[in-house]
Design a protein around this ligand. Structure first.
Ligand SMILES: [Zn+2]
Ligand SMILES: [Zn+2]
Length: 168
């Protein structure tokens, strides 16, 4: 009787060991593909800092000089259409390809919070791809429930992203 019982327990033990080993391997595989997916999603998003860098790259900040701008095109507006105040010498401004000029801070705020287009004529300021990436990142961070937590945002995007099909 005792011998049968101990044999039975050792069999249970073996089953448990096999079960937990399999579980461990499974978790390991899942963790790996999860990390890979997160990395892939990360490459599809751009942060606020990267976004601002793109703006700077495309439309470098210049120090405003009344004389300089006046000489080139006398009809050019002398005030910032975002905050409606006149440009002063030495203020940091950006001149867009559409020739409209804005304070750097005013424009950057506009481009981050509204559309990535000129506040006056709606000319595109950044390529669609970059805007889409940035907006995707912002949307994830704006999910109230997750309160801007980056890692949680990635978890959520896992559910929405294509990665999820490959995971399961
Ligand atoms: Zn302004
Ligand atoms: Zn414009």
């Amino acid at each position: 009787m005792a011998a049968t019982l101990s044999k039975f327990f050792s069999q249970i033990c073996t089953i448990f060991i096999i079960f937990f080993t399999l579980l461990f391997v499974e978790i390991l595989i899942l963790t790996r593909s999860f990390t890979r997916t997160v990395r892939k999603i990360r490459s599809r998003l751009i942060t606020r800092t990267q976004y601002l860098n793109f703006i700077e790259e495309k439309n470098p900040t210049i120090s405003y000089k009344k004389s300089m701008l006046m000489k080139k095109s006398p009809s050019e507006s002398k005030d910032c259409a975002v905050c409606l105040s006149d440009f002063e010498d030495g203020e940091m401004v950006r001149k867009l390809n559409c020739k409209h000029t804005f304070h750097r801070d005013c424009l950057d705020k506009w481009l981050q919070e509204y559309l990535a287009t000129c506040p006056l004529c709606r000319t595109k300021v950044l390529p669609d791809e970059i805007v889409a990436k940035y907006q995707h990142q912002q949307n994830l961070q704006n999910l109230d429930y997750y309160g801007g937590d980056d890692e949680m945002a990635f978890l959520i995007s896992l559910l929405h992203g294509s990665g999820v099909h490959r995971l399961f």
